[in-house]
Design a protein around this ligand. Structure first.
Ligand code: GAF
Length: 392
């Protein structure tokens, strides 16, 4: 049995153990890795993430009333709430990610007169706090399920927008729209080019296996927290930079604007702005490179992205820098931290044959630096959120 189907079996069994009956539908949504394009989403820019083969799976059984009960393997409690009572004031903790989607849907105009309650049970093999969007997967799986079960009529981009709205308004993290988009729009062996201004998305084949390459994730185990601190400060710097330069968002600037930005901004704000402007260009260059030359040629762009995040945006940490340099020294064609930063994971595009050596070298380098042991594993671009067959 592969990991995905064993997770599905476990969720079906877990549902029966919690609720005493079998589920009647099954849903799943993946985490994501961002290949390139960091902190560009909330600046109306470009991102290039993909959905990974680590998923959150949710088993559901319809009820005759308007109550939702939701439980998971990673928390002991079963949360019970009438769907009409869900609001930012009534949900908290892990269940705010899924349940907040109900309130989000009403804020997006849904009338829930025909909605029915259900019991739901979730399990996931996306590591929490690793910067691989376990929270977006919770929102996406629940958002897709209520969209289909209650016939709400949302397309996937709209579910992603509700997920971002939920995260901003209910959970309280000032994040952009990349993670939910990747979880909902991902396709097998492909990356998703998302224009975060228009929300136009195109799926671009990555072609890794044709080149003998794979993507290794190095989870530093340094926990990040988006609801507080550095992420919000970086977003505020970007908004300040855009305001001082007289544009709606940093998307409206190009490298030609950098000399003026350097004259008009303080050094720190200028470096934040330079990261976003150059990162947007790197995303588009990565897409051109993938189309014209293939995955073997994208390494320098990933390396440059990491330097920009380390030196200009200042969102890396020593563990991420060590993961990146170790990967670069042990056969990666390119490596960078991925996600919001301040911890979480780095990625390395590397020949599949060199992954074991990379794991050994990374564990040794972290031990020598006195850091806790990281996790090193590979990921494959996979399909986005889906209804799963319930065939057992
Ligand atoms: C986090 C956020 F949730 C995303 O919206 C994005 O801003 C990312 O950090 C940085 O690129 O994952």
């Amino acid at each position: 049995m592969n990991a995905a189907s064993s997770l599905q079996h476990s969720v079906v069994d877990g549902f029966a153990a919690r609720f005493g009956e079998a589920p009647d539908s099954l849903w799943s949504a993946p985490g994501r890795v961002n290949l390139i394009g960091e902190h560009t989403d909330y600046n109306d820019g470009f991102v290039l993430p993909f959905a990974i083969d680590r998923r959150t799976v949710m088993a559901v059984r319809r009820r005759d009333d308007r109550v939702i009960r939701i439980a998971t393997s990673f928390a002991p409690e079963t949360v019970e709430i009438a769907l009409d009572d869900i609001s930012p004031a009534t949900v908290s903790g892990w269940s705010a990610y899924p349940l907040g989607m109900v309130w989000g849907a009403t804020e997006f105009g849904s009338v829930l007169d025909a909605a029915f309650g259900f019991d739901a049970y979730l399990e996931s093999d996306i590591p929490v706090g690793a910067g691989l969007s376990s929270s977006a997967a919770l929102e996406s799986v629940f958002g897709l399920a209520i969209t289909e079960l209650w016939s709400l009529g949302y397309d996937r981009q709209s579910i992603a927008r509700i997920g971002q709205f939920n995260e901003n308004q209910v959970v309280g993290a000032p994040t952009g729209i990349m993670d939910q988009s990747a979880s909902l729009l991902g396709e097998q062996d492909s990356v998703v080019l998302l224009d975060c201004r228009s929300l136009d998305a195109s799926v671009i084949p990555l072609g890794l296996s044709d080149s003998g390459l794979t993507i290794a994730v190095i989870d530093t185990k340094v926990a990040h927290e988006h609801a507080t601190g550095g992420y919000a400060a970086r977003r505020a710097s970007c908004e300040l930079g855009a305001q001082l330069l007289g544009v709606t968002s940093l998307r409206d600037l190009t490298v030609d604007d950098l000399p003026r930005a350097s004259r008009e901004l303080d050094d720190e704000t200028f470096r934040r702005v330079r990261h976003v402007i150059t990162e947007n260009e790197r995303v588009l260059e990565t897409v051109r490179t993938l189309r014209d030359q293939g995955a073997t040629a994208i390494g320098p762009l990933l390396d440059a992205s990491h330097v920009s995040m380390r030196d200009d945006f200042e969102i890396s940490v020593p563990e991420l820098d060590l993961a990146v340099t170790t990967a670069q020294q042990h056969g990666a064609i390119g490596a960078r931290m991925t996600g919001g930063g301040f911890g979480g994971s780095a990625i390395a595009v590397i020949p599949a044959a060199k992954v074991e050596a990379l794991r050994t070298a990374t564990l040794a380098a972290f031990a020598a630096a006195g850091f806790g042991a990281p996790d090193v594993f590979t990921v494959t671009p996979t399909r986005g959120a889906t209804r799963e067959p319930l065939s057992y």
